[in-house]
Write a protein that binds this ligand. Structure first.
Ligand code: NAP
Length: 276
């Protein structure tokens, strides 16, 4: 009879050889999408920081500068904080030039950015204007391509790019409308980027989060109902917590996820498996 020890010889001693599950010690990262302390980006940034990463942050426009400075400042007075509207190529170029100067290289990038004009998230999808469609895709999907292109040249040791998505990309979620179509584009972009960047050991994955009460989420009409619906129907009978998104973000950034790329990981208390 085959002894299990023969089938799987213990060639690796405890603490030797295996990648550490969520240590990010020595990793350098950049976070796009912190608006306030409820932002998913902030939950993931905290997890990355706690796991040992040194982080830079960006903010869109002067309106959010103070918020981001206050939050990111808690990681140290010398934290790099830069303006970046992800629809502006020159701002993206500036960001990676500054990160390159300060860090020398980069290992982690979080894309936690999305926007669609409010009217496109209220009525029916059929009424989506050409301009609302363009804006939603530019901010929420193309930006991942632009940021990955900016980051890749300084990810010289390989890296992990993580983007935030939502289930409305694959199933109809009333009122999510054009954002669902943009998320489908984001997820497909993740797969193509994973293929292009794989030879450079740069991994690209999405976290598909269940609903979380943030500034962006409150722009979706009927969002309160969505929270209740998940609580009632998800296998775990509750909504996901920001810390749990942080933990998955830290895992995907870590060497424990070294063979995972091009994937959409659901962190939604199991809601995605339900058919009814
Ligand atoms: P949030 O705190 O409002 O974060 C959204 C961020 O996107 C904000 O910092 C926002 O800045 C930024 N942004 C919008 N347009 C931008 C632009 N042109 N350039 C740079 N930044 C821009 O909301 P969140 O819920 O944490 O959203 C983060 C990500 O998670 C999004 O991709 C969202 O679709 C995704 N997600 C959220 C949920 C949820 O239920 N909350 C579920 C699944 C996935 P401004 O405030 O200045 O616009």
């Amino acid at each position: 009879m085959l002894d299990r020890r023969d089938a799987c010889p213990a060639t690796v001693q405890p603490g030797e050889g295996l990648p550490s599950m969520a240590s990010l010690a020595g990793k350098l990262g950049i976070v796009f999408g912190v608006a306030n302390k409820r932002s998913i980006a902030w939950a993931i940034a905290q997890a990355w920081h706690q796991a040992g990463a040194k982080l830079a942050f960006t903010y869109q426009g002067e309106r959010l500068k103070e918020n981001v400075e206050e939050l990111a400042g808690t990681f140290g007075a010398d934290t790099l904080i830069l303006p970046c509207d992800v629809t502006m190529d020159d701002e993206i170029t500036q960001v990676f030039a500054r990160v390159g100067e300060k860090f020398g290289k980069l290992h982690l990038l979080l894309h936690s950015v999305a926007f669609a004009p409010r009217e496109a998230l209220e009525g029916d999808f059929l009424s989506t204007s050409r301009e609302a469609f363009r804006i939603a895709h530019d901010v929420s999907a193309y930006s991942l391509v632009a940021l990955a292109r900016g980051a890749a040249p300084i990810m010289t040791d390989g890296g992990s790019i993580v983007a935030m998505t939502y289930y409305g990309s694959e199933k109809v979620v009333p009122h999510y409308n054009v954002m669902g179509v943009a998320k489908a584009s984001l997820e497909a972009s993740t797969r193509y980027l994973a293929y292009d960047l794989g030879p450079k050991k740069i991994r690209v994955n999405c976290i598909s989060a269940g609903p979380v009460n943030t500034l962006a989420a409150r722009g979706i009409s009927g969002f309160g109902e969505m929270l209740k619906h998940y609580e009632a129907h998800a296998p775990l009978k509750r909504n996901v917590l920001p810390d749990e998104l942080g933990a998955t973000g830290a895992f995907l950034a870590s060497d424990g996820a070294a063979a995972i790329t091009g994937q959409v990981i659901y962190v939604d208390c199991g809601y995605q498996v339900m058919g009814m």
